[in-house]
Design a protein around this ligand. Sequence first.
Ligand SMILES: Cc1ncc(CN)c(N)n1
Length: 224
Amino acid sequence: MEKPEKRGMIDTWLDKHRSIHTAATRHPFVVSIRDGSVDLSSFRTWLGQDYLFVRGFVPFVANALIRAGKESGESSDMEVVLGGLASLSDEIEWFKREGSKWDVDFSTVVPQKANQDYSRFLEALMSDEVKYSVIMTAFWAIEAVYQESFAHCLEDGNKTPAELTGACQRWGNDGFKQYCSSVKNIAERCLENASGHVLAEAEDVLVRVLEHEVAFWEMSRGGQ
Ligand SMILES: Cc1ncc(CN)c(N)n1
């Protein structure tokens, strides 16, 4: 049986920032996948931009791995983050297969503004100045938005097109949900001992991830 989750800072912040959380996890692009009305050119745009994003996300997770090894005090943190890094390797291979399937040539995809802004934000979070608890909060939020969004596309009553269920399963499967829950537990544990100043920074970073995720989905609709 799954361990019941203890309510911590993250849940409190999600309640406080409910509207941006919903905007990130129930974006019209995601809802259009679930109801089958998705415009396939939007999907292709998302695919190309997300491939670039994931390549930029790898160094962020690698940095989280180094910080987990040095600072966490819990050997299991490193294993959780290492699992995330390994799944990014699979993710990149999956993107390459999807690129061929959807005729998206990644070598010609140019990162749009929302992608560049998100990438700069991730780079700033890789600074040694940023506390481990803040990094893990951001890490959780980034992964959880995809988990919650794509799991929604697989929930009862979905009309997700068959050719898109692979994408939804990639992030919507139970294993990915479990991994997100492990990352969340790490973040919550670190936040328990954080100062007021660090808590304020972690809350701000959480909201900014959600904003970047909304802007990222917007690109699929032709937004910049
Ligand atoms: C924009 C975005 N956010 C999160 C994920 C999940 N790794 C992703 N692939 N792309």
